[in-house]
Design a protein around this ligand. Structure first.
Ligand code: DC
Length: 218
């Protein structure tokens, strides 16, 4: 039996940091599904497509190719063959990804790709619908949360470390707006799977969260 760990939760709860380290410890691959939606968000942004125009977005998505390769254990997202890892981490692309991720046709394409990636290997996958839709048989399933304020503080610290300006109140507002959009869309909204274990990481270290998940694997 291969290991499938699903980690879902709102933006900035620490999913990717936790999942990446966990995958390393468990010798599994880490799949960041948000990066795939971000690649599409980037395409929409670069091509001036209105994210609210479902027909135009779905049409565009049907013609583009998003794929994932692993280089030295790191996930690289290819958009029509171009490595876009360096372009997808901005707030602007995140908001765009959140917008286009509500369309069923977009999700269908991404979910198929995610399932293929998980098929033949041990995997730690993070996103919004991994435990509920993508890998319903994953075990354990984690729903990772943290307060909006703590998440905004973490994001601000990340930006400051890169020498970029960061206003915590603005970031917190963006986080709350994105949570609302992700939790209230019609298709595969962010929610805790019935059999998921909720972990609030607000006052836990990365190590503590990882250990809690490893304990659940036993
Ligand atoms: O995890 P992230 O911030 O990189 O994700 C960007 C957006 O993509 C997020 O706001 C919602 C969407 N997303 C999704 O709908 N389903 C996923 N499995 C992962 C991300």
């Amino acid at each position: 039996m291969s290991l499938k760990i699903a980690i879902d939760g709102p933006a900035g709860a620490g999913k990717s940091t936790i999942a990446k380290g966990l995958a390393k410890k468990l010798n599994a691959i880490y799949v960041d599904t948000g990066a795939m939606y971000r690649a599409i968000g980037l395409y929409v942004l670069r091509n001036g497509i209105d994210k609210n125009d479902e027909v135009a977005v779905v049409e565009a998505v049907s013609t583009i190719n998003v794929s994932i390769v692993f280089e030295d254990g790191q996930q690289v997202v290819l958009l029509n063959g171009e490595n876009v890892n360096g372009f997808i981490r901005t707030e602007e692309v995140g908001m765009m990804a959140s917008g286009i991720s509500g369309y069923a046709k977009v999700r269908e394409k991404m979910v198929n790709l995610q399932r293929e990636l998980a098929e033949s290997t041990d995997v730690v996958m993070d996103g919004r619908d991994i435990g509920t839709v993508v890998l319903p048989n994953a075990n354990p399933k984690i729903y990772l949360t943290a307060s909006a304020r703590v998440r905004a503080e973490r994001r601000a610290a990340e930006l400051e470390a890169k020498g970029e300006p960061a206003d915590i109140d603005t970031i917190e507002k963006d986080i709350i707006d994105r949570d609302y959009a992700d939790m209230h869309r019609a298709v595969s909204p962010l929610m805790k799977a019935e059999d998921a274990v909720e972990i609030d990481s607000s006052y836990m270290t990365i190590e503590e969260v990882q250990q809690a998940i490893i304990d659940l694997c036993k």
